[in-house]
Design a protein around this ligand. Structure first.
Ligand SMILES: *Cc1c(COP(=O)(O)O)cnc(C)c1O
Length: 378
């Protein structure tokens, strides 16, 4: 049985592993919290903590003093509650019909995103004679969720609505904060200030990860850190200040010697121009290693690493396998059952995202559905 850097045992039957460095995650949290200075730093752990495992991440962040968590759905909120009894949990997708009971029973906080949701929550609180906390989401340019300027004006004078529940947070969400040149970020901040003044006074929140990196004006009372916690690049033009959290490795299933002229994989998109040694590795697009990372003779794809040796992908990524050119890797590094790095110190999540024409968020949230998760640095 092999050991990884953290000394954890890796069972021989594990074909792919996603390693999650909780020490790096915690360090990223501390960094974001210190950047946010006086604002509280909340953890956004929707989509199973961006694919890294909600329970483990909640516990690690809570050890750093994180008191507030944001999820997308109620089922995600229940998973936070199952490991952390006393933290605030906000559900970003809002209050679906007939769910107020569940929110109240589990002490969850809806992020109310329409007049109808505010009315429902206020009515529920009145019905229970309890002033329960919730956030109100003001839309300043996304047009997905949240009250429009017109909605805010329509309810500004309805003190009946706001008397019934605790307005624990007023928030909005930035559309373009990843782009430091976008004028929209500042325009949204101004709109947020204008609109939130029409509501009863409450703590305010505007910044996602990119907003945290955009400066103090965006921090308000609470910031919502997501992708940067997990080592992702939040802003497009600056070196990423966060530590990588995730690495992906797959095991070599077979090593084959092929002749000049033979083809590799589906569609026969790669043909050997000379004899080659191919390592077939047990990771594929079903593990979140996108098909767009494939290589043809004309176009290079992703590169895997065996130690510090580059092993370029050849041919298509299939569901469960990738094929690597290991002709130039010293033979003692290429053995059946050995692990090969697909994402890690040589290839960041964002490098892979760029190659696959997507964003680090999609890479992160696609990983780890089948691979074994290994937590280190706990
Ligand atoms: C996902 C999300 C965040 C976190 O965004 P990152 O860019 O991952 O930091 C913050 N706020 C809202 C409303 C979100 O949906």
């Amino acid at each position: 049985m092999s050991l990884n850097a953290g000394g954890n045992k890796i069972r021989p039957e594990v074909s792919g592993r996603l390693t999650i460095d909780l020490a790096a995650l915690r360090s990223n949290y501390r960094k974001l919290a210190s950047l946010a200075s006086d604002a509280e730093c909340a953890g956004v752990i929707k989509a199973d903590a961006y694919g890294t495992g909600a329970e483990a991440v909640c516990q690690a962040l809570s050890q750093e003093g994180c008191q507030t968590f944001f999820v997308a759905t109620i089922s995600e909120a229940l998973r936070v509650r199952s490991v952390l009894a006393d933290v605030s949990v906000y559900v970003l997708d809002g209050l679906p019909p007939d769910c107020a009971d569940l929110f109240a029973a589990q002490s969850l906080r809806p992020v109310l995103g329409s007049i109808a949701e505010i009315e429902d929550w206020a009515a529920y609180c009145q019905h229970c004679q309890t002033c329960l906390p919730a956030a109100v989401h003001i839309d300043t340019g996304m047009n997905r969720l949240g009250l429009s300027a017109k909605d805010i004006k329509a309810i500004a004078d309805r003190s009946d609505l706001f008397a019934g529940f605790e307005l624990a947070l007023v928030m909005s969400h930035l559309a373009c904060a990843d782009d430091p040149d976008s004028p929209m970020t500042e325009a949204q901040r101004i709109a947020f200030d204008e609109l939130r003044r029409m509501l009863p006074a409450a703590p305010a929140s505007l910044a996602n990860s990119a907003g945290i990196l955009s400066g103090q004006a965006y921090h308000y009372d609470l910031v919502r850190a997501g992708v940067a916690l997990y080592g992702g690049r939040a802003r497009s033009v600056q070196t990423n200040p966060m530590l990588p959290v995730v690495s992906l490795d797959g095991r070599i299933a077979q090593i084959r010697h092929i002749e000049k002229g033979e083809t590799i994989g589906y569609g026969a998109t790669f043909r050997a121009s000379a004899p080659m040694i191919i390592a077939t590795v047990s990771i594929g697009y079903a593990d979140g290693f996108f098909r767009l990372l494939s290589a043809t003779n004309e176009k290079a794809g992703a590169t895997a690493y065996i130690g510090n040796y580059a092993a370029p992908l050849v041919g298509r990524v299939s569901m469960d396998l990738v094929t690597l050119d290991v002709t130039d890797v010293p033979a003692d590094h290429v053995s059946r059952g050995a692990f090969v790095e697909l994402i890690g110190s040589h290839n960041s999540v964002d490098d892979i995202a760029d190659l696959a024409q997507t964003i680090g968020y999609e890479v992160l949230t696609s990983l780890g559905t089948r691979t074994e998760r290994l937590y280190v640095g706990a």
